[in-house]
Design a protein around this ligand. Structure first.
Ligand SMILES: C[S@@+](CC[C@H](N)C(=O)[O-])C[C@H]1O[C@@H](n2cnc3c(N)ncnc32)[C@H](O)[C@@H]1O
Length: 459
């Protein structure tokens, strides 16, 4: 057996093995055949994990895990042993006064020795406290040989069980294995919090004014874009209007529009009706639109087409529902009419089923869909959604892990938080929090990854 340093053990996590250093909270992948290569031996020595290579703890730099934050009077951290599709379990670790001071001093730059001197505690006492934070079930801290480098991902992830794939109801597929979500949409029980708790869309995450959109909400930014392209006149139809937030923004960009919404969900349609009194709501499907031939000037659907059927193929999926929708668009558009479809997907890569949601959505293979549009005689232009909107991807938003931690804390104390791309200018909390992380809109926030979204439109 390879001689491991004191405090190092081999752990099995998520079906794989890791060398785990309880003193530092650091880990390395461990080979299944137990054979330590020269490269691994080098890394083991670097991390003080091989016997005889132990590091001097006083010189190590305590670095805070991003999935740990100070709220109220507790250290609030994700539990790496409990990861579910709905998120991680979070736990409170109460700290004594001097322990809280030690945590506050840990700034990814000071060494353990610096902190012991600053708070006037013996180094052994401090190390014993830090070992509670580096322990596998907590992982709130890592002791490193230096400060983290820019872009270092190691503090964002705990050594944890992988998030399980959400279970799927067989009724969400037809006999041939194609996704079939009509019944699921009909049965959406209520609109309130649907886009916070069940599926968060880009439009929902950006429903509040955001610096990335020049201080506008998503719906209004989209409306202004449609207006610039000259599409907001005559009869405008939105398919799958969700909460009605996009419709509200588009109608603000062009008041007195002749605006029709078509949706499959009675609950969402009712919420839209209440929010958008001057518009018409129709219960119906994208693939059999309740609209006469050649009656629409502009039709759009924001984050809807991945909900339509996709059929399994030998290598992946065919977005058959989106193709049927295009045929309907072709039928209802007036000559010279325009359309816009935005959704998550890829240009050329195989479509794939999203595993995190409780219902099967399949990404869109946009090059295929554009070719299909062209074969129907529709103009077909592809562009990234962020480019079309002029979205500033460098603008800040709350990091997904920080959002999950806040949400768990608020829920544990009788509150809640909406799934928005919060930024430092609009996140107001009733208590101070130390340890929130801000990332850019190109990174993971409370909503979907916007860089994965594309638009197929008439150009
Ligand atoms: C993921 S939500 C998007 C909502 C909104 N457009 C947004 O971006 O936040 C999908 C919307 O499309 C509706 N929908 C799903 N399948 C549909 C279909 N086949 N026909 C019409 N509406 C559909 C849903 O009820 C819901 O309103």
């Amino acid at each position: 057996m390879f001689p491991l340093a004191n405090g190092v053990e081999i752990l099995r996590v998520g079906g794989r093995r890791f060398a785990w250093n309880a003193h530092t909270g650091r880990h390395l992948p461990w080979p299944s055949d137990d054979v330590v290569s020269p490269a691994l031996l080098h890394r083991m020595a670097d991390e003080g994990m091989a016997r005889g290579t132990e590091l001097d703890p006083a010189s190590l730099v305590p670095c805070r895990q991003w999935l740990a934050m100070w709220i109220g009077d507790v250290l609030w951290h994700a539990d790496p042993r409990s990861t579910t599709p709905g998120g991680r379990a979070w736990r409170a670790l109460p700290l004594a006064g001097w322990e809280a001071a030690a945590w506050a001093h840990a700034n990814d730059a000071r060494t353990t020795g610096d902190i012991a001197r600053a708070i006037g505690r013996p180094i052994d006492e401090l190390l014993s406290f830090f070992s509670r934070l580096t322990a596998f079930p907590v992982q709130a801290l890592q002791l490193r040989r230096g400060h983290p480098r820019r872009g270092d991902e190691g503090l964002r992830r705990q050594l944890a069980e992988p998030v399980a794939t959400a279970s799927r109801d067989p009724s969400m597929y037809d006999g041939g294995g194609a996704t079939a979500l009509a019944d699921w949409h009909h049965a959406i029980p209520q609109a309130h919090r649907h886009f916070d708790d069940v599926e968060t869309t880009v439009a929902h995450a950006l429903e509040r004014p955001h610096p990335g959109l020049g201080g506008r909400p998503y719906g209004e930014a989209l409306g202004r874009l449609f207006a610039r392209r000259g599409w907001l006149s005559g009869r405008v139809v939105e398919v799958g209007a969700g909460s009605g937030a996009v419709a509200e923004g588009v109608c603000r960009a062009a008041p007195r529009l002749d605006y029709t919404r078509v949706d499959l969900s009675p609950a969402l349609l009712a919420a839209q009706d209440a929010r958008l009194p001057g518009t018409l709501g129709l219960l119906g499907s994208a693939t059999t639109l309740p609209l006469p031939d050649a009656s629409v000037d502009f039709l759009f659907a924001n984050e809807v087409i991945a909900d339509l059927a996709s059929s399994p193929t030998a290598t992946g999926w065919d977005n058959t529902g989106a193709q049927d929708f295009l045929a309907e668009i072709r039928r209802v558009l007036r000559p010279g009419g325009h359309y816009w479809l935005s959704e998550f997907g890829t240009i050329d890569d195989e479509a794939e089923e999203a595993t995190a949601l409780g219902h099967p959505e399949v990404s869109i293979q946009f090059a295929d869909l554009a070719a299909h549009a062209a074969s129907l005689g529709l103009a077909a232009r592809l562009e990234p959604l962020a480019d079309a909107l002029g979205l500033d991807l460098a603008a800040p938003q709350l990091w997904r892990g920080s959002y999950e931690g806040l949400r768990a804390y608020l829920r544990a104390t009788g509150g809640d938080i909406e799934a928005r791309a919060w930024h430092p200018g609009n996140l107001e909390l009733p208590f101070p929090v130390d340890g929130l992380h801000w990332v850019t809109l190109a990174d993971r926030g409370p909503g979907p990854l916007v860089t994965r979204f594309y638009v197929l439109s008439s150009g």
